[in-house]
Ligand binder design. Sequence first.
Ligand code: ADP
Ligand code: ASP
Ligand code: MG
Length: 457
Amino acid sequence: MIVMKFGGTSVMDASAIERTAQIVKGRLQRRPMVVVSAMSRVTDALLAAGKAAGEGHREQALELAQGLRQRHHATAKELVSAAQYCELGPELEREFDGLDELLKGIAAVGELSPRSSDYVVSYGERLNSTIITEAYRARGIRSALVDARKVMITDAQHGKAIPQADEIAHRARNLVRPLLDDAQVPVMGGFIGATEQGVQTTIGRGGSDFSAALIGSGLDAEAIEIWTDVDGMMTTDPRICPEARRIRVISFEEAAELAYFGAKVLHPATVLPAVQKNIPVLVLNSLNPGNEGTLIVSRAPKSKSMFKAIAAKKRITIVEVVAARMLGAHGFLNAIFEVFDRHRCSIDVVATSEVSVSLTVDSNEALPAIAADLEKIADVKYAGRNAIVCMVGENIRETPQVAARVFTALGGINVRMISQGASEINITFVIGEDDVPEAMRRLHKAFFTEVDPEVFD
Ligand code: ADP
Ligand code: ASP
Ligand code: MG
């Protein structure tokens, strides 16, 4: 079997969903299971509705829900037969009535808990998977809706719940495998799940890729296909740098680094379940289904160029910790990391000297509290609006003067921190957020000129 995951833009309206139906039809021999996102921008709208309700803006929240109600009805009507719509229409109505009640309740209390937020946001994937199941049926595909809350079991950390891979595999074998054995096409919403007790959760923004990988691993899929709106993983973000080229083959390790450091095309956790079972992951374009896309496997051919790709992660804060009195004393780093650990804040890049440590974090909500704790042992400064740029490639290991060449290419752009990863397949540095587009273009121009048909388009 294979898993086919369609992201928000691939299922954004009736014609996009129609395209996915044709793509699925072309792969029925391979016994696909389909994982779908909410329609594009729906998750944002639901989050905004929840937030508005939590701030007591009841009418604003209901208006957002009303917009979503109309969009889902219009899409459904275009996709299914009149007879199907007689059942689907009222079902959507019931769901949206439920959403309205929920938003009214949140507005009455004037507080949006993470648990309620997950409940609100789950409507996007639940509604879309319901519509898509019917749309596929109308096109002769024997589709069957799978309730993600019965399969994707997670812990209770709302907003970023951790999936329980063994339990998911167990449930997938019990609930999904029989459908596949009966030549049906299971359709499930990504991104959402539930605790063992049945409380709805979500696994983090962009998480449908991760859902697809977990299910694929649980069912020992032959391949996990991530269908999106670009031709695959590219040498850099094509929105910033139109010269970006498709990468034909990339290793799990390289893809994971890129995803973690900002290549939005793949959720960073996607690769892990695939690595564990050595399942190839393909990134494909639903707008250009004939294209080969990018193949992610354990061993990829080396590129002629030094790097395979460049990614950037914005909204990074640099924290500088200075403690002159720690000169020569041991335990300084430990004391600092312990503070971040206590606040559950993860650190990306670290640079140290004898008495100071610079490090980066990507969330700043906890920073005031962290700084207060750190100030007991050191002086602390922090500065936001930075970005991590990560250049990835397995050739870095063997190439001398990598950093020198990168900095030459950057010209006068100010580099605030630098680290060459222990994995030796990346070089990472921190620049101001506003410098990102220019830096990406300069780097791309400097390092991706060579013709290399085995690796790039
Ligand atoms: P989906 O809705 O299918 O999950 P996403 O918006 O999450 O799609 O990811 C696709 C987008 O990722 C692309 O439209 C592209 O702008 C962006 N992107 C960023 N970096 C890269 C990269 N290196 N290769 C391809 N796409 C990238
Ligand atoms: N719909 C969710 C989001 O927008 C999950 C996903 O699309 O991967 O983050
Ligand atoms: Mg995505």
